[in-house]
Design a binder for this molecule. Structure first.
Ligand SMILES: Nc1nc2c(c(=O)[nH]1)N[C@H]1C(S)=C(S)[C@@H](COP(=O)(O)O)O[C@H]1N2
Ligand SMILES: [Mo]
Length: 348
């Protein structure tokens, strides 16, 4: 069968790509994603449906974005505001264009501010300033410490990475995060060899000062169906995988509150809820830690929660996802298309 790949602007004159093709879905992944079996693949070109899916893959995605101040935070950000935008690390290719910043910043999932659904979290964060912000590093570490954003800024230089992002509820987007490799942060925490997992805990009512508390919805402070704070965890081999990222910014500036200021975790091969926002505590553990959604609904939100189109959520299929801007549905790829980097963590 002939190659379906057209030359791309980033190809070297020889026709060989300069950047690794790691993130391009293989033909097999695409066919699997659109639900066609091996028999049809063997039967020859799959004119219509295959081309339909392929066209988005072949187009050169637009990964630049206009400068905009609309969502730039007014508070102190990791590295200082002059560190943004940071230099792009071009190693991580994506299959479609960036979503406009206004779309990513106006439909968020952050139950502390907007319980019960993803939506206009930005309307509920007014007046909440993530300052002061301290982070406690605890558990299986050489030394327990309380650090601040300036300490984090010294761990590694900021870089920008464009990643796919996919929520368990099937919306997805492509956005440029700014931050540092999570592996560098973990190493800086000096975990003991007994540490097998790392747990990130978001702010709870007790972590806030009086001024900050005033700007939280009443449900966050007292009666609520949710056991705040939010907490999530990763195995150490996952947290130190090169894709795992400690994000401090998005779209060339510090994180606005709705995205999890002043710092959050990004693991693009896992569903959105494995990407905890606004953490204040990092705990290294020997045992697999409890996680927020798993404690609430253990059958629906397992610890690993790797993106997998073949493993349906108990209440819906995970085979497809929709783009938050175009609202188009498209196939979901195993590990969100990042299998080249992470499949080895899971035995293949
Ligand atoms: N602390 C905290 N972190 C959180 C959540 C939350 O409700 N609270 N929601 C998660 C879910 S379900 C998703 S999809 C992503 C959404 O990230 P975004 O709003 O920056 O797109 O954040 C994750 N991290
Ligand atoms: Mo989500």
């Amino acid at each position: 069968m002939t190659s379906i790949r057209r030359p791309q602007p980033w190809d070297a004159p020889s026709g060989r790509p300069i950047l690794p093709e790691a993130l391009w879905p293989s033909r097999r992944e695409i066919v699997r994603a659109i639900g066609l079996g091996g028999a049809m693949l063997a039967a020859g070109p799959l004119a219509s449906c295959q081309e339909g899916v392929q066209s988005g893959v072949e187009d050169s995605p637009v990964t630049t974005y206009p400068a905009s101040d609309r969502w730039t935070p007014k508070w102190h950000v990791v590295g200082g505001k002059d560190a943004y935008p940071a230099k792009r690390n071009g190693a991580y290719r994506v299959r479609r264009s960036l979503n406009p910043e206004d779309d990513a910043a106006t439909r968020n999932n952050f139950y502390e501010f907007l319980p019960g659904r993803a939506g206009p979290v930005h309307l509920n964060v007014d007046g909440f300033v993530p300052e002061p912000w301290k982070i406690t590093i605890a558990g299986e570490v050489e030394e327990e410490r309380v650090v601040d954003l300036d300490d984090i800024a010294k761990v590694a230089g900021l870089e920008e990475r464009v990643y796919h992002f996919r929520c368990v509820e099937r919306w997805s987007m492509v956005v440029p995060w700014t931050g540092i490799p999570l592996a560098r942060f973990i190493e800086w925490c000096r975990p003991k060899s007994t540490a097998k997992h790392v747990r990130f805990i978001s702010f709870g009512p007790k972590d806030l000062d009086e001024e900050q508390r005033k700007h939280m919805p009443p449900g966050f402070q007292g009666a609520s169906n949710y056991p705040w704070p939010y907490y999530e965890g990763l195995r150490m081999d996952e947290a130190t995988n090169e894709l795992a990222f400690l994000a401090t910014g998005i779209f060339g500036h510090g994180l606005p509150m709705q995205h999890g200021a002043p710092l959050r975790v990004i693991v693009p091969w896992k569903y959105g809820y494995k990407n905890p926002k606004s953490f204040v505590r990092v705990e290294f553990t020997r045992e697999q830690p409890h996680t927020f959604w798993n404690d609430l609904q253990s059958t629906e939100y397992p610890y690993l929660s790797n993106i997998d189109p073949e493993k349906p959520h108990p209440r819906w299929s995970q085979a497809t996802e929709w783009d938050i801007t175009t609202k188009d549905w498209m196939p979901t790829l195993k590990y969100n298309g990042y299998g080249e980097y992470v499949a080895g963590l899971y035995g293949g």
